[in-house]
Write a protein that binds this ligand. Structure first.
Ligand SMILES: Cc1cc2nc3c(=O)[nH]c(=O)nc-3n(C[C@H](O)[C@H](O)[C@H](O)COP(=O)(O)O)c2cc1C
Length: 341
């Protein structure tokens, strides 16, 4: 499978773009464990044009991350073109356009999934961005606005006609937000439409290695994108890859190794959000840090502590810890559940 000139291995796994999650600290861990394609968090076209600091920081990419795409969103075709040009200067491997974000403050303003209600504008943005940059341009969207307008089979053809290099489909409508089940049948229908020739990446609810394999085999997609299933579990990619190769379900890391990866992630989040490369981590270990708050989502979602007896209280403490010292003491103190010793 190939997107533009980016070549992928067989059955490639894509890390889904996730706001507040897929920063370089997390992306690099996912890459280490086998993610074949990474994306930045989505970047607002308007904020990019206004040169908002927090937004331009999202364009930072490291050579080890390649291939990587920068994802942009917005409502105005001219701003999207402008933003795509700015993003291209950061030299990603591709530019991805977000037509899938369902949240009110975005979709309600006619950006993200909001464009599923204004297809002419969606196509105008897509065609103009494709023309504006020398990089491959891809789109990530949903099946339609709601149950009554699952337009994706026709829409995919129209987007392809705009010159995009690949299409990622999250198998839900905007109305579903994140509820219900992703409809992979319809993703398969897009993939198996004989008029489609660009790669189709399927996305939604892949949380086990078996399901990832089934998505490739049953629906024929060219790539599988995984989002929530990786939060607090970047090694999931290694488990899926191992299953593809051997048919064997394994824990890629043991309990203690998993805890070390969580700790490593917390430290890199602090490095990313709080300190520069010359600052020793020890010098901030008793401070309140953004990186700690940021890590809570991963600590809350991680499967590492599942099955630990009487963990509830420790979990509450872990998710409230404010300093690195405090947090690491809690994590270090958790012993493996009997079943896996
Ligand atoms: C916390 C969070 C943030 C997200 N941010 C983005 C984003 O910035 N851009 C995007 O295209 N999708 C975003 N998504 C949607 C995911 O990329 C993905 O499509 C969705 O979670 C379904 O895949 P999953 O079931 O594997 O999680 C986000 C999802 C979550 C849970």
């Amino acid at each position: 499978m190939q997107i533009g000139s980016i070549k992928f291995p067989d059955k490639p796994l894509f890390l889904a773009p996730m706001e507040d999650v897929t920063d370089p600290a997390f992306r690099l861990l996912c890459k280490r464990y086998g993610a074949d394609m990474l994306y930045t968090e989505f970047v607002s076209s308007e904020a990019l044009i206004r040169n908002v600091n927090r937004t331009t920081q999202k364009l930072t990419i490291y050579p080890e991350e390649r291939p990587i795409g920068i994802q942009i969103y917005g409502h105005d075709p001219d701003s999207m073109v402008e933003a795509a040009k700015i993003a291209a200067e950061a030299e990603p491997d591709l530019i991805d356009i977000n037509f899938g974000c369902p949240v009110k403050k975005i979709a309600g303003k006619g950006a993200g999934a909001g464009l599923l209600k204004d297809i002419p504008r969606m196509l105008e943005i897509t065609a103009n961005v494709v023309k504006a940059v020398d990089l491959p341009v891809t789109v990530k969207t949903r099946l339609g606005w709601d149950e009554e307008s699952k337009i994706i089979v026709d829409l995919a053809e129209q987007l392809q006609d705009c010159g995009i290099a690949a299409l990622t489909l999250h198998g839900r409508t905007r109305s579903q937000m994140y509820k219900g089940e992703a409809d992979w049948m319809l993703i398969g229908e897009v993939k198996n439409n004989p008029r489609m020739h660009i790669p189709i990446i399927g996305n939604g609810d892949v949380t086990t290695a078996e399901r990832a394999k089934e998505c490739f085999e049953k629906y024929g997609v060219d790539g599988v994108m995984i989002g929530r299933g990786t939060i607090g579990r970047p090694w999931f990619f290694a488990e899926v890859k191992h299953y593809f190769q051997t048919g064997e379900l394994i824990d890629a890391l043991d309990f203690y190794q998993q805890k070390e990866v969580l700790k490593e992630h917390i430290i890199s989040s602090i490095r990313w959000l709080d300190i520069d490369e010359n600052t020793e981590i020890e010098s901030v270990q008793n401070q309140r840090l953004k990186g700690i708050i940021h890590s809570r989502r991963h600590l809350a979602a991680t499967p590492v502590f599942i099955g630990i007896p009487n963990f509830k209280e420790t979990r509450i403490k872990m998710l409230r810890a404010e300093t690195l010292n405090e947090l690491f003491e809690i994590i270090d103190g958790v012993e493996a559940p009997q079943s896996i010793i």
